[in-house]
Design a binder for this molecule. Structure first.
Ligand code: PNS
Length: 162
């Protein structure tokens, strides 16, 4: 079975991401969740921490593996033998950048398809950045992220800024 790739920053993984992975796995059978070590974005968690949180959060969903990649997504797709990219969309505002990314990837590698899964009603408002802001000001994020992430966020946000 050819895997599909669900790429993202996952800084950190939210319940919205988990919902997308669960649904992608039930449709496609095998999903590689690929953490981008994006040099252009400063991250709250290291790639290793993000991979570890994903592994904990996604344990128990059959057919899912977590990996990390550097550089272009299309190169990672070549390496993994996948030609379908999964992305979750929340609001119309997501659409513009997703549309651009899907076309860019298809120009770089004709044959690559991006499949969008529409966020569920429980998750459409959740983003990693909003969750981090709530955590930074001491709010409860347990509704928005898996338990293992809520605890790590609490610890990270209470650390002094370097
Ligand atoms: O969770 P995010 O930050 O919306 O994910 C964006 C991501 C990591 C999927 C995207 O930035 C990406 O694919 N980065 C790898 C570099 C790349 O291939 N860029 C060209 C596509 S525009």
């Amino acid at each position: 079975m050819t895997p599909v790739v669900y790429p993202g920053s996952f800084d950190p993984v939210t319940k919205g991401h988990v919902d997308v992975v669960r649904r992608a796995a039930s449709v496609f059978g095998k999903v590689i969740v690929a953490v981008a070590s994006n040099v252009r974005k400063s991250a709250t968690f290291s790639v290793e921490e993000r991979v570890q949180m994903l592994e904990e959060a996604l344990a128990g969903i059959p057919g899912v593996v977590v990996d990390a990649f550097e550089g272009l997504l299309v190169d990672y797709l070549d390496h993994s033998g996948a030609n379908v990219v999964i992305r979750g969309v929340r609001a119309v505002s997501d659409y513009e950048s997703e549309f651009q990314m899907a076309h860019m990837n298809r120009q770089l590698r004709p044959g690559i398809e991006t499949v969008f899964l529409v966020a569920g009603p429980e998750e459409f408002f959740i983003s990693s950045s909003a969750v981090k802001e709530v955590a930074f000001f001491g709010g409860d994020v347990s509704t928005f992220v898996p338990a293992c992430v809520a605890e790590r966020l609490r610890v990270r946000m209470s650390e002094p800024i370097a």
